[in-house]
Design a protein around this ligand. Structure first.
Ligand code: HEM
Length: 145
């Protein structure tokens, strides 16, 4: 068994799963938007669905983040070496995690449904933060290292 190939498979699969959960969340939030910004009864129903989804999603996303980081560290240790780009990636991943958790606590968790459509845009700002950080990390991985 090629250990290097195995680590790369784990790293890419973890990344794909993490990235995929964010896209799935974006589509769900877009789908639920009319209900969550509309009439009270429906907003209550939809926010229950949203909470159920987030519970499942965070399980997969948390496992995927751990897999990406562990496999990335092992790849650096056994194959790529501890180059400045590896440290840049570690810094960026930590920044991404801190920024998203910080923004969720500050702007997402306080939202009560139904909410104003202008308040709901906080969700889209959260996705913009996540996708921008993914973009930067992918640029570092493929074009700068
Ligand atoms: C602690 C965090 C991370 C570390 C230490 C790390 C480290 C590494 C290393 C050393 C490689 C080179 C593997 C090789 O050439 O055999 C690699 C490849 C790769 N990493 Fe990461 N990584 C981390 C996070 C991420 C994240 C968050 C993403 C996604 C946004 C990512 C996407 C990739 C991709 C797509 C490759 C494959 C590049 C290729 O096949 O040429 N990594 N990573």
């Amino acid at each position: 068994m090629d250990f290097h190939a195995l680590l790369r498979v784990a790293h890419i699969t973890g990344f794909a799963a993490w990235f995929g959960t964010i896209f799935a969340s974006l589509f769900l939030l877009k789908t639920l938007q009319p209900g969550l910004t509309g009439e009270k009864k429906q907003a209550e129903e939809y926010s229950l669905l949203l909470r159920r989804f987030i519970k499942l999603e965070t399980k997969v996303a948390d496992a995927a983040v751990i897999l990406v980081i562990l496999s990335g560290l092992l790849l650096a240790h056994f194959h790529a070496g501890w180059t400045p780009w590896v440290f840049a990636k570690i810094g960026l991943v930590l920044a991404q995690i801190a920024l998203t958790i910080g923004y969720i606590i500050k702007a997402i968790q306080p939202i009560a449904y139904p909410c104003e459509p202008s308040r709901y845009t906080a969700w889209y700002r959260l996705f913009t933060i996540s996708f921008s950080m993914f973009g930067i990390i992918l640029i570092v991985t493929f074009f700068l290292r």
